[in-house]
Ligand binder design. Structure first.
Ligand code: FE2
Ligand code: FE2
Length: 299
């Protein structure tokens, strides 16, 4: 589709991302030292990112229990990451059917899908390496996740991508360069943050181009989905099974404590700050959404 001088704006942006990908991408099979031993003392997530951090319940746990909870919370976030990227790839594959297969936009979409395939493998290997088990959706939840494909269309593909990618990204950035963190986790996070920066740029660019063309109905629908996304995200991050697997008997009680934990809300709030501001600037958070996002500490 023409040389670089004649590209459409979205294609010249996609071309920049394609060039960036050639310069820097990772193969987690060889770019992570999977045989390095785990550090017997270090946590699997920085303490400040663990959902119970700062609560009396957290203080009552021994270092060993805190470490175990950090392992379970890492396994949960990686599991959510895997099925989220699975869903995103399905959406992107579908979009390709209505796109131009010779465009740079389509070619970068395929490149991103390849990144996500390697990330899903990296997350799976990491769950195994830290000696945890995945938190996998049950048949009912799998049905709900698969049916999201029907609802996530048009601008919602990009909003969905941003909600998943930006919040995780901001949380991951809080885990980089922490000397108290397991080195294998820090390495995987570093790889993911590098590649996701391009994905986030791609989704933001697509959304910015889409918003001015949106009908009133699409705008209302997008605002509704954005409003629902915030509590869904908090729900996924405080899966009560994590607490049970970490040896806390009352898993649901621990989840209640985590949801009311101002420290955890602040961590998620830092994660959602950029996303919330940019969605708001584009008019994609309605009055209901603002109320819900604020109540969850995300705005
Ligand atoms: Fe990814
Ligand atoms: Fe991504």
């Amino acid at each position: 589709m023409g040389n670089d001088a004649t590209l459409l704006p979205q294609d010249s942006f996609a071309q920049r991302l394609l060039t960036g990908h050639v310069k820097k991408f990772y193969d987690p099979v060889v770019d992570i030292d999977w045989d390095a031993p785990l550090d017997p003392d270090k946590l699997f997530l920085p303490a400040e990112v663990v959902s119970l951090y700062g609560t009396p319940l957290w203080e009552s746990l021994s270092h060993e229990q805190q470490r175990e909870l950090s392992r379970q919370e890492l396994a949960n976030v990686l599991s959510v990451g895997i099925w989220f990227e699975n869903l995103l790839n399905r959406l992107l594959l579908r979009e390709l059917m209505s796109g131009n297969p010779t465009s740079r936009h389509s070619h970068y979409t395929l490149t991103e899908m390849g990144d996500e395939c390697r990330h899903m493998m990296m997350f799976g290997k990491l769950i195994d390496r830290v000696e945890a088990k995945p938190y996998w959706p049950n048949p009912y939840e799998r049905l709900v996740i698969s049916s999201l494909q029907i609802f996530l269309r048009g601008s919602m593909v990009w909003v969905g991508a941003l909600v998943g990618e930006e919040i995780f990204d901001a949380i991951q950035r809080q885990t980089l360069d922490d000397p108290e963190l397991q080195p294998v986790v820090a390495r995987a996070m570093r790889i993911h943050v590098t590649e996701e920066a391009r994905h986030i740029g791609f989704a933001r660019d697509a959304l910015v181009r889409r918003v001015p063309t949106m009908s009133k109905a699409e705008l209302a629908y997008t605002r509704l989905c954005v409003a629902i996304a915030a509590p869904l995200f908090v729900h996924l991050m405080t899966n009560w099974h994590m607490y049970v697997r970490a040896g806390i008997e009352d898993g649901r009680g621990a989840r209640r404590i985590a949801r009311a934990n101002p420290h955890a809300q602040r961590t998620l709030g830092i994660g959602a700050a950029n996303l919330g501001a940019s969605l708001d600037k584009q008019g994609l958070i309605g009055p209901l959404g603002k109320r819900i996002w604020r109540r969850r500490g995300l705005l």
